[in-house]
Write a protein that binds this ligand. Structure first.
Ligand code: ZN
Length: 172
């Protein structure tokens, strides 16, 4: 297992459409393990394979507790509700913008062995599902915003929503 280098905005790899995974082999397992280590080290909410330079449809998303979901060839099959809040990206470090997403998102995906399953997330996890799946099609959340939040706007959001000021919105 290893920490992989995170690709930053401006690298054209982040604009490419990723190919489906067809081989469920040790290489895929190693990629998933590395992506989980990289996500934990970055203290993020999610990470997509193109963010570590791999153009395959693979993402990891932090769910409740300390769990990290592995999603291979994921697709969104159901959404409900709406949430608007600050969103960040590990490939656009230190910046946030307000993005509206569904509040509940259900995905269908394969695990590292090729078995299909479904997973549902709310709030931050739902937001991460949307954000990470967009990475697989070469899109970044910045396409949804008209400006990056100023420090004051971010602090105002934290205050209004009862966050501790030290708490940070995790990046994806
Ligand atoms: Zn991102």
């Amino acid at each position: 297992m290893a920490i992989r280098k995170i690709v930053l905005q401006g690298d054209e790899i982040l604009t490419k459409v990723c190919k489906p995974v067809t081989k469920f082999d040790q290489k895929l397992g190693d990629l998933l393990d590395d992506m989980k280590d990289t996500l934990r080290q970055a203290n993020g909410a999610g990470l997509a394979a193109p963010q570590v330079g791999i153009l395959r449809r693979v993402v990891v998303v932090a769910s409740d507790e300390d769990d990290i979901l592995e999603l291979v060839n994921p697709e969104i099959i159901y959404t409900a509700g709406e949430q608007t809040g600050p969103e960040g990206c590990l490939s656009v470090p230190g910046k946030f913008g307000m993005v509206t997403r569904p509040n509940i998102v259900r995905v269908r995906a394969q695990d590292r062995f090729g078995e299909w399953f479904e997973a549902e997330g709310e709030e931050l996890t739902a937001r991460a599902f949307c954000h990470e799946l967009e990475h697989l099609d070469g899109h970044l959340y910045v396409e949804h915003i008209d400006h990056f939040l100023t420090e004051e706007e971010l602090m105002a959001y934290y205050r209004e929503n009862g966050y501790e000021v030290e708490e940070e919105v995790p990046e994806k």
